[in-house]
Each structure stands twice: as structure tokens, then as C-alpha cells.
Design a protein around this ligand. Sequence first.
Ligand SMILES: *Cc1c(COP(=O)(O)O)cnc(C)c1O
Length: 394
Amino acid sequence: MPDSPRLDTEADALGFGTRAVHAGQEPDPSTGSIMTPVHLTSTFVQEAPDVHQGYDYARVANPTRTALEQNLASLEGAAHGIAFASGVAGIDAILRRLRPGDHVVSTSDLYGGTYRLMRQIHEPMGVDFTFVDLHSTEALAEAITDATKLVWIETPTNPLLRVYDIEALADVAHEKGVDVAVDNTFASPYLQRPLSLGADLVLHSTTKYLGGHSDVVGGAVMTSDDGWNEHLRFQIKSVGAAPGPMDCFLLLRSTKTLHLRMERHCSNARAVADFLRGHDKVARVLYPGFEDHPGHETAARQMDGFGGMVSLVLEDDALETAVRFMQSTELFALAESLGGVESLVSHPASMTHGSIPADVRRAAGLPDSLVRLSVGVEDEADLVADLDRALAAV
Ligand SMILES: *Cc1c(COP(=O)(O)O)cnc(C)c1O
């Protein structure tokens, strides 16, 4: 790997925003270019066989990717960052450390693609999964067996915005010698740093808040555990789910403004949640910033803000009414994904969570009429007015 960056951006003395802008990056020594070059190359010239500047073949590593990995590692307070071609590629690389007979405990309320990967790809290969309500540390303790190798936590969850206590769950898992991975996609490292709460691995779909502009698909895993780092780098080299340099460049450009965007996402989501809660056509608003949200206390303790996601159920709980609402917004575009600067509205039961069987979905507390909002960084008053108009139309 190349020399460490010019600024000692790992130093605790530098704030999050400074590290967001600078970590992993320095002006290009050959030209002075302030932005990290996009290294569009598949191979690197060697002085003698296996004598090179840290790079030999771009599946294994690429300098633009290295800059991104160092940036993300700094933001999560990790020793290592490993970038992947997508969030699910990162999850898959973690799960590939397991062997037939190994066991994983996770939440019953999980991103649909993670659930599909576990049940339809890794379970047929012999890994067992148990999904429990992780609000209860006792439930986790009971679910862990001698075969358990990993606890997979997602918090806040997609789309029910449940909040799980990372520190308490990690304590239970570690007592039994089990590693803990946290999907930190919904919070972003600006709002939550799971490694500091005891997690061994942090997973991001960088497609979401870290990318933030709905123009790139990517993933990343951060860890301070050398064994996991070695495993994950071996996966990149052997399986090849590596991101291209242009995607890494776009992500590096995006993380420079993560702290600014997250502040606005949080304040807009608060305004939207307050508005919806006061509206007589809305039955339920799921938002961890509300004091009566069951995870509020935990969120206030382990997060630096309540995030940009808000879910709701209309008073008229019919699916057609929810669909009419989603088709009536103008600024909130009906689309999958989240975390971009533009506001989105989606229907988890048929979109992001369509791969979870209906009975499993309902048992996990996900009503078919639930609507999920990814609140963007537009002007708060315009977003509220858009929702007001859409509610008038249902
Ligand atoms: C989108 C998402 C993923 C998957 O990431 P991709 O980049 O789409 O592969 C994983 N976890 C959560 C919470 C997500 O929202």
C-alpha cells in the first residue's frame, strides 16, 4: 500500500468534517491535482517481477479505491476499510467466512436484500440463520448456540426504523465469543459509529447516504480486526466484487459533504415527521426522534441525530390509498433506494422488501400499507407542502 496521507487524518484531534474532506487524500504528487485522480487502469508497470509501488492488478487494489477505503475507515474510526461493488457484495464477503454448520443470529426486521442473501444464497450452502427480536438481549443470548459465529445487527432498521442497542448486544455476543456486524447504512458514520460501541464489523451500502447523490452503487466494510481485514481482502482478490475507479471517485467526492448533508437530512426529517404526526389522515409515524418511539432512548444514546428516514401508515389502511398517496407527491419521487439529496417515497412491501414472504413480513410487523420516506435536502417548507397536497388527494 502507498504512503499514508499527508495529513494525519486518523488523529482524534481532527473533527469529522475535516476527516470527511481530507482523510485518505493528498494532492497528486506528480501534478499537484488537488482531487484524487481516477486511475483508469487495469494493471501497473513493475520494475522487476513483483517489485512495484504497492499495486499490481486492479481487481486487487486501485489507488482511487485505496483513497476511498482510507477515507471511509477514518470516518468509522476503523483500522481498515474494504470497498465493494455494492452493499450486498460486502455482506456476501462477510458471510463467506462461514462454513457449513455455522450459525448466524440476526433481526427479524432486516433489509430485504440481506434477508434474501442469507436465506437463498448462504442457507443452501449450509449456514443456519435464526431471526429474533433484538430489542431483547435475552432473546439474543438464547438464540446463540455453540455453532454461532456471527450476530448481524441492522439499526435503525429498514423500513420500520427500529433501534437496537449495539453496545448491549455486542456485550452478550462477545461473552459467548461471537463476532458482531452492524449494517450502519441508515445512520451513516456521521450519526453512528458501531465500532466504538463494540461491533467488530461495520457494513455500508455506500449507494445510500455515503454516496448521497443517487448516482453510484457501492458497498464498504470497515473493521479494526486484522483477521477480518485479511479475509475481506482475500474475498476481493478471489471473488472480485470490486468497485471501479470512477465509482470510487464519485464516492470520495460525496463523503466530503456527508456531515453537511446529514445535518439537513436530520432537520428536514424532523419537520416532516412532526407535520405527518399532526395530520388527521395519518395513523402512525415511525421516527426514532419521537420521545415515545420504543427505541428513542437508545437512539439518543448511541446516535448523534435521528436520521433522514420516516415511515408512516395512513389512517385509511388500504393498500390502494397508500398507492394513491405515493403517486400524488411531486417532490417525493416514487423510487427504490434512499439517502440521496432528493426526497423519495417508496412502498417497502412491494419494492425493497418484496423478496421477504408476505407472512414473514407481516409477522415482523411490516404492514402492506406502510409508506417509507427518504427525506432529502430540499427546503423543508416545500417538502411539507408536497406531503400536505398528497394527503389532500387521498
Ligand atoms: C440498500 C441497502 C443494502 C444493500 O446495498 P446495495 O448497495 O443496494 O447492494 C444493505 N442494507 C441496507 C440497510 C440497505 O438500505
